[in-house]
Design a protein around this ligand. Sequence first.
Ligand code: AMP
Length: 440
Amino acid sequence: MFTELSLHERLLKALAELSFEKPTPVQAAAIPPAIAGEDLYIIAQTGSGKTAAYVLPILQRLLDDDSKALAPRALVLSPTRELAQQILKDVQALARFTFLKAELVIGGEDFKVQAAKLRKNPDIVIATPGRTLEQLEAGGLDLSEVQTLVIDEADRMLDMGFSEDVLSIASACPEQRQTMLFSATTGNQGIRRMVEQILNEPRWLELDSVKSDTPAIRQQVIPVDDNTHREKVTKWLLLNQCEGKAIVFTNTRVVADRLNGVLRAVEGLRVYVLHGEKDQKERKLAIERFKQGGKGVLVATDVAARGLDISELDLVINFDMPRSGDDYLHRVGRTGRAGAEGLAVSLVAPHEWSLMSSIERYLRRQFERREIKELAGSFKGPKKVKASGKPVGAKKKKDDKKKVKRPKTAKPAARRKPAIPKGQVVLDGGDGLAPPKRRS
Ligand code: AMP
């Protein structure tokens, strides 16, 4: 019960309005230490209720704080604009019976209008790293009174090359602050470094990392010959296996645009497209329309779809195989929410088979093999596979780590104590990885 978490009655009232009856596991684990001001390193995925897990303590601490601050007292960093907008909505819903105000600082919006809004002194700022640095440099944003810093989806933040930006932003906040870092995945070296540099003796809470995926999702693989075959299978699936909403993921904008054109020509499909080249307005509109209507298809790239809270998805199609196991889980985790069974289908061409089997090994599960009779192609999966599941003849890549170009920013001083987990709580689905080690 939320009443057991010593939350202010105004927050309890908002929770009642939202019909949130009891805390989710991440909320139950994070809210008490967060209200107590501890630094937290939390492994939890989108859909777990993680947003309220940090928003409620922020609001509670702000309600308890009667200092007359002239600048924001809480900063939430998000990797994408869409996630930032979603967080703002959650903050507004939870703060609706308080006088606390939040503002967005994200790209794609007028810089001066944003600076004017910041002059009104919001209590909480929800921001993407790039625009935060720009506003900081232009003097529009003052972080000197931040008491709580949240880094949401830190793993994605690193994937997108924002690690230096995050460090610079953290070093612009006061040394004496609370920091909470959320990640959907564990074991990432970059995250450990970030935790060491910006958190202070964090408590480590691991709840349902993406590696422990949900069995409520049927996960299938359909071998495909080429792009024409992919398109035919996609159309068939959308027309025959989806009564409600579906997302089709592609790896690139070009493919997303092309597929959008192909699907729009199909009678009976309502299709929207979402990728990084669409401007803010177009993206907003596509998301709202897709969410509001009943049946519909959203064609999206990973980055564009990150952070979207779209529930009631019947079907996720991987038009291209995602590049990593975590990306795979971020994609398929959108279906089968709230106890409903979902279906995730990956279309796999011969050159993607090795990648698909490495994802299977990473997740320690085998996807169901499937063929659509009327659309059977000539590729049925490799004839011979190694013990690893990869096709015989698949070359071993020496090192396919991509080098991410990072903007040049001043290297922040290693300002805080190393990350020493106070207590590790593994409530669900740990992957056996050890928490960061104490530095001697
Ligand atoms: P999040 O993981 O923060 O993206 O939240 C996923 C969804 O769960 C959002 O639609 C939230 O509004 C909803 N939610 C968060 N906490 C609760 C709760 N305690 N009870 C019911 N729904 C919740």
